[in-house]
Ligand binder design. Structure first.
Ligand SMILES: *Cc1c(COP(=O)(O)O)cnc(C)c1O
Length: 455
């Protein structure tokens, strides 16, 4: 081909008569995003080029990390097949667990479809590593809502409290930092396990960086070296180049329908860590005497492997969405956590609206952008494990998957919405523009704000 041929081929096809951006804008208009909303979004995006490049660089590092682990574990085509029945000698399952251990730089890992969700993975890690008379310590304030019932902070059937395991909590200081003095005083003879939640969850505190978690663990280990430090890693995987297990955590725990499942895992959870910790969990998940030896993988392994392979770039897409949403709404005067220019340690973006109507409009916008169930409008409802009504927006391929574009909010002051996910950046962008469009349509945001928002 000559140079003119190449030039010519660039202007054929769907963009033959219009310039590219004009077509994209039209497409958004077709999908009921007004030009003012589209243009405002793109103005915000112009300022985010450096941030997006940084996110891509982290994804590049983590992509290589995952490939390296798969290669070193000699993942072969036979690993993608599953077993049935007892699942003895399930090579694909055992190899996948070795891959997870390599990715997280831990001695061992338990990665199973029989772990039903993140809460189950955390409950399993806690219940298997604690014994009656032991004490659990959270040095980072109140844990995730569903963990309250696991621990027995809210009385609950089968909780740790029912088994005589006590719980102590040290709240963060007013500025969101660790209360080292309080933590030092809380550690006692019975302190067996410390649980550190990386992500903010449904709270408006900062998410901790891997570095901060490392400093906290170092402090705790200095006081009591034998204490088990567990990190609830939900939503944090692949956001940085290091994981909490790289800075001293004895166990990292998470859900496969969040970051590490890459959107493909249809169920599952993982526990990666010290051999003894993982073994305890395995004997609890299956049975004493059986441990990791049983547990058929059925037909699920290909999705687990491929999901892990995609996880670094999927996480990057979700992160771009979070950064975009933060900047878009910050400019309109809303409180956002983290702030638009703050560094990121998880994929969750909180936006505080101070009224339930905006929270509901935001969630309905996310739903309207979905590939699945875009025609339904989410409503607030009671949910098991949560103590206030919750609204959840998700049009997901995997039900409830929050690595897919989704938003949820407990209906309680300060009426903050928690937004996360996006298997592709393009979908995340569309979803965020939809939320703004819904707020505009309902009169909750005035388009005039776009002009005077000091851009
Ligand atoms: C999602 C989440 C959990 C619980 O996971 P589920 O899969 O919803 O049970 C626990 N901790 C944190 C920080 C989470 O984000």
């Amino acid at each position: 081909m000559t140079e003119t041929d190449i030039e010519h081929s660039n202007v054929t096809g769907i963009f033959a008569d219009n310039d590219l951006s004009g077509n994209v804008e039209k497409m958004y208009e077709n999908m009921e995003i007004q030009p003012e909303v589209f243009t405002y979004g793109n103005r915000i995006l112009k300022e985010l080029e450096t941030r997006f490049r940084e996110i891509d660089e982290i994804a590049e590092y983590n992509q290589l990390k995952v490939i390296k682990a798969m290669q070193e574990c000699r993942v072969g085509e036979a690993c993608l097949l599953g077993t049935t029945g007892y699942g003895y000698d399930d090579m694909g399952r055992d190899t996948l667990e070795a891959v997870y251990a390599k990715v997280f730089h831990t001695e061992d890992a338990l990665v199973r479809p029989q772990i039903t969700c993140g809460t189950h993975a955390l409950a399993l890690a806690l219940m298997s590593n604690l014994r009656p008379g032991d004490e659990l310590l959270s040095p980072v304030g109140k844990p995730y809502d569903t963990l309250e019932e696991v621990i027995g902070i809210r009385p609950s059937q089968g909780s740790l409290a029912e088994y005589g395991i006590t719980y102590r909590q040290v709240d963060l200081l007013a500025d969101g930092s660790f209360d080292y003095e309080g933590i030092g005083n809380a550690i006692n003879d019975r302190t067996k396990l410390v649980t550190i939640q990386r992500s903010k969850g449904y709270q408006t505190r900062p998410t901790f960086s891997v570095e901060q978690i490392g400093a906290l663990i170092a402090f705790i280990k200095k006081r009591k070296p034998e204490v088990i430090c567990m990190v609830d890693n939900c939503y944090g995987e692949f956001v940085e180049t290091r994981e909490p297990s790289d800075v001293g955590a004895d166990m990292v725990v998470g859900s496969l329908i969040k970051n590490p499942g890459g959107g493909l895992a249809p169920i599952g959870g993982y526990i990666a860590g010290k051999k003894s910790c993982v073994e305890h969990a395995a004997y609890r998940l299956t049975s004493p005497g059986l441990g990791k030896e049983v547990g058929a993988s059925l037909g699920i392994l290909k999705d687990f492997y491929q999901g892990l392979f995609l996880a670094p770039t999927v996480t990057a897409s979700a992160l771009k969405g979070a950064v975009f949403a933060a900047n878009l709404y910050e400019r309109l005067g809303f409180d956002v956590i983290p702030g638009g220019s703050e560094s990121r340690h998880d994929i969750i973006q909180a936006i505080t609206f101070h009224n339930p109507e905006s929270v509901i409009a935001f969630c309905q916008g996310i739903q309207a952008a979905a590939p699945v169930d875009s025609h339904v409008a989410p409503q607030a409802a009671d949910m098991p494990g949560y103590d206030s009504q919750v609204i959840m927006a998700a049009g997901a391929f995997v039900s409830g998957s929050s690595i897919e574009l989704s938003a949820d909010a407990p209906i309680r002051p300060p009426y903050a919405v928690y937004f996360q996910g996006g298997l592709t950046w393009q979908h995340a962008k569309f979803g965020i523009l939809k939320t703004l469009q819904f707020l505009v349509n309902k009169g909750l945001v005035n388009k005039k704000e776009f002009k005077c928002s000091n851009l």
